[in-house]
Design a protein around this ligand. Structure first.
Ligand code: UDX
Ligand code: UDX
Ligand code: ADP
Length: 463
């Protein structure tokens, strides 16, 4: 058995590294068109930051784990080919802003069809709209080389920041397909380290839809608690107390009830919009509207937070310095895709605030690129005004002390652990007075900070 994976991103890279680590008998070849990304996977400086990943890669790389740009060669040699390419939201044409752009998936399928000989198992790892496998199968079956294919769906449920843990000890592995032999072949790979009773098998469509549904349910929980946070701020209830109280109901459960400035990440919004698009496609208008509300609520939460900052700072942040702590969409990752911080920063910039941003893992280049994209329209056009604001009013610094010096306010946008351990007396002394903290993650010790002298504003808590 030889494995190849097309796409060395956040999903393909860590997943294949774990398979290679746990299955020393299986050669695993990860390929990507992006030479810089492949070079990084082959270096000591991996392209993604993920706790524990360095060790996993080091153990397997050079033994049975290879990264290269030799896409054709890797496909030709493999018995099993994972497709882990990106499926971003379409920005043009029919379904723009909602539907998934399946261009990269289709290109992979065509490439596989062109290069393959003999029999291959093709595994969809990327998150896809339900019934994508149908298109993949049709393209594969048009291969002129006499090759035969089985298509499986094996969605990845890992979360960023805990990818290694999630891969090592997943709640379940889901495999959808039609051919029992192919399903067994993939089960055998995972069974190297995962109990068979945690490997669920189902048909293709249920597997594809389960991934979208899982992400929609998780995002819905975050939007639900965030909706309640607004009511808490209005009524004097405390959202963390409400979450604790409802989380002890075993039917609800305690996880994913942390109120925040809104969910981010590459999956939640994209997958829900994709679900909404699918529902509309099948004429299910009410169902589409139900799920769309999860995204609407999330946008509202981000906007509510920046508005609260402006209102609290005496209705103007123009020319005020705001220290932004954290830019990643959650802690323990350098990923900024759809991070709520982007939109909060954009709105504050448009109010003419001066931002000093610090994130332990996100480089300045990514921060500027994200802000530029958030200020641009779908064609990538940005106004001169927004461009100037990003150039002149954004400074990226290398720690929280530097960020907060002379600031009027601190906005905590990512829940990095290191933010809890700072010298708050020192920070307070160096700030403009009154010194405000807007804790967008309910991360800090609010009592302690109030004692130091800060004026605190937190999500779902009234002052
Ligand atoms: C509910 C709450 O569960 C309980 O904690 C609260 O104190 C009162 O309201 P109840 O209305 O008695 O209790 O019944 P419940 O078991 O929650 O079911 C409510 C409705 O939801 C029923 O019609 C039930 O058939 C339906 N339901 C429940 C589903 O359709 N699917 C489910 O998975 C669960
Ligand atoms: C998610 C799913 O969890 C994972 O199973 C799927 O494979 C990919 O999408 P990920 O986006 O990496 O993973 O991170 P996740 O931990 O789910 O967090 C998503 C967003 O929700 C983050 O911005 C996070 O800060 C936010 N969130 C999460 C909350 O605001 N409150 C919570 O209680 C949980
Ligand atoms: P994900 O979060 O789903 O892993 P990423 O964007 O991090 O998404 O990674 C997807 C990777 O797939 C990118 O590195 C991209 O260069 C790669 N890719 C896209 N299309 C192809 C293709 N046809 N052949 C090889 N690699 C591809």
């Amino acid at each position: 058995m030889k494995i190849c994976c097309i796409g060395a991103g956040y999903v393909g890279g860590p997943t294949m590294a774990m398979i290679a680590k746990q299955c020393p008998d299986i050669p695993v070849h990860v390929v990507d068109l992006n030479q810089a990304r492949i070079d990084a996977w082959n270096s000591d400086n991996l392209p993604i930051y993920e706790p524990g990943l360095d060790e996993v890669v080091k153990e397997a790389r050079g033994r049975n784990l290879t990264f290269s740009t030799n896409v054709d060669e890797a496909i030709a040699e493999a018995d099993m080919i994972f497709i882990s390419v990106n499926t971003p939201t379409k920005t043009f044409g029919i379904g723009a802003g909602r539907a998934a752009n399946l261009e990269f998936i289709e290109k992979c399928a065509r490439q596989i069809a062109k290069v393959s000989k003999g029999h291959k198992i093709v595994v969809e790892k990327s998150t896809l709209p339900v019934r994508t496998a149908e298109a993949v199968k049709r393209i594969l079956s048009s291969s002129g080389n006499g090759a035969t294919f089985d298509v499986l769906s094996n969605p990845e449920f890992l979360a960023e920041g805990t990818a290694v843990e999630d891969l090592l000890d997943p709640d379940r592995v889901l495999i959808g397909g039609e051919s029992p032999e192919s399903i067994k072949a993939l089960c055998d790979v995972y069974a190297h380290w995962i109990d068979r009773d945690r490997i669920l098998t189902t048909n293709l469509w249920s597997s594809e839809l389960s991934k979208l549904t899982a992400n929609a349910f998780l995002a819905q929980r975050v939007s639900s608690i965030n909706a309640i946070s607004a009511l808490c701020e209005a009524t004097g209830a405390d959202v963390d107390e409400v979450a604790r109280a409802i989380g002890t109901d075993s039917r609800i459960g305690p996880k994913f009830l942390k109120a925040s400035i809104g969910f981010g990440g590459s999956c939640f919004q994209k997958d829900i919009l994709n679900l909404v698009y699918l529902c509309e496609h099948f004429g299910l208008r009410e169902v589409a509207a139900y799920w769309e509300q999860v995204v609407i609520m999330n946008d509202h939460q981000k906007q509510r937070f920046s508005e609260r900052i402006v209102k609290t700072l005496f209705n103007t942040v123009s020319d005020k310095k705001i220290a932004v702590w954290g830019f990643a969409f959650k802690k323990d990752t350098n990923d900024t895709r759809e991070s709520a911080a982007i939109y909060v920063c954009r709105d504050l910039l448009r109010e003419r605030a001066r931002l000093t941003i610090y994130d332990p893992q996100v480089p300045e280049k990514s921060i500027r690129a994200e802000l530029t994209a958030a200020c641009s329209d779908m064609q990538g056009q940005i106004s001169e005004n927004d461009k100037r604001l990003i150039e002149q009013n954004v400074t990226v610094v290398s720690d929280c002390y530097e960020a907060s010096k002379d600031a009027h306010a601190i906005a905590v946008l990512t829940e990095w652990d290191e933010f809890k351990e700072l010298d708050f007396d020192r920070i307070f002394q160096a700030m403009q007075q009154p010194a405000f903290v807007f804790d967008g993650r309910n991360l800090l010790d609010h009592q302690k900070l109030s004692k130091v002298g800060f004026e605190l504003h937190a999500i779902g808590k009234c002052r």
